[in-house]
Design a protein around this ligand. Structure first.
Ligand code: ADP
Ligand code: MG
Length: 305
């Protein structure tokens, strides 16, 4: 039984930040709350943590509203980082562990383990404000995970990180999810995180525009394209697939747009029956392409339509 965002709405004055958002967050998988800046992600996460009260709707767990008792077991990494600049890194994480009710001994040993996991073990004694931005961010993550929370809510944990730090943080989240924890994080960098999240809730202007499993959404999209390098000029075999459209057909390279429900392997078999296929590939849309379709926005010039 997971968490449920149930019909949540919130306005700041006459600006609607969230307009009746609902989705489920399952334990044991990584869920991404994705969307552009201003979509309402931070507002929703703050409501989940009880920092803001929604105008309507509820955060539910096991079919009852989430309470303060539940939230004490959670870990929250806010978008505005809240570390003490003058405190040494290790003490900082230990301190947050104590705040969450750990004994001094457990807090210290968890802090050591987390700093090691996040590649900061040799920074234990360094003042927080002497660390690089990316290191401070990893330290903030360590501070939110030190009590081994059952539910992790992380606001833009990847913003500003270099690729190595992204990979290290991703691995930390995968490890927690595999251990059965609930992991929800927000990001405006859709393609950066498309291989990390199993489930997504995509929001735009306070509304959900796309929900579900990333692999299902990408594989069932109408933006799949089959690339074929065929050593045969004949295209008659395509008549059997009236719904398949030819995107490009240059020299021996054929690019086909496949509507949902068409099995690319069937099309490949038909091509092979008609001539020699020397190379092929299936291109699935990226999360930003799916977002642009779902949010019905105009595509950037590099997009594919
Ligand atoms: N404290 C606030 N007061 C007024 N408006 C706010 C406040 N916080 C957020 N907003 C507005 O709510 C909308 C959603 O913001 P936010 O949840 O921060 O989006 P995101 O995190 O997806 O970038 C934006 O239009 C933003 O300007
Ligand atoms: Mg935000």
């Amino acid at each position: 039984m997971g968490l449920e965002i149930h019909d949540i709405a919130h306005s700041f004055g006459d600006r609607t930040a969230l307009d009746r958002v609902s989705f489920d967050i399952a334990p044991g998988v990584i869920t991404g709350l994705l969307g552009p800046n201003g979509a309402g992600k931070t507002t929703l996460l703050r409501i989940m943590l009880g920092v803001l009260s929604p105008d309507r709707g509820q955060v539910r767990y096991s079919d009852r509203p989430v309470g303060e008792e539940d939230r004490r077991q959670w870990g929250y990494m806010p978008q505005e980082r809240g570390l003490y600049p003058g405190m040494p890194a290790g003490d900082q994480v230990t301190y947050f562990g104590r705040l969450h009710g750990l004994s001094g001994r457990d807090a210290t040993s968890n802090a050591h383990a987390l700093l090691a996991e996040l590649g900061l073990e040799d920074r234990w004694n360094d003042r927080t404000d002497k660390l690089s931005g990316g290191m401070q961010q990893r330290l903030q993550l360590a501070a939110s995970l030190v009590h081994d929370p059952s539910v992790m809510v992380l606001d833009e944990p990847f913003a500003g990180l270099d690729p190595l730090a992204v990979e290290s943080l991703s691995e930390t989240l995968r490890l927690r999810a595999r251990g059965g924890r609930t992991v929800l994080f927000s990001s405006h960098q859709l393609d950066l995180v498309q291989d990390l999240c199993q489930d997504i809730a995509m929001v735009d202007h306070g509304r959900t525009v796309l929900l579900g499993s990333v692999s299902t959404l990408r594989a069932s999209s109408d933006r799949r394209q089959l690339r074929l390098h065929v050593m045969a000029p004949n295209r008659d075999w395509l008549h059997a697939y009236p719904d398949v459209t030819v995107v490009t057909d240059e020299a021996d390279d054929l690019r086909l747009a496949l509507p949902p429900g068409i099995d690319p392997l069937d099309v490949l078999d038909a091509a092979r029956a008609a001539g020699k296929v020397v190379d092929f590939g299936l291109d699935l849309p990226t999360l930003s392409q799916l977002f642009l379709s779902a949010a019905d926005r105009t595509l950037d010039p590099a997009g594919v339509r």
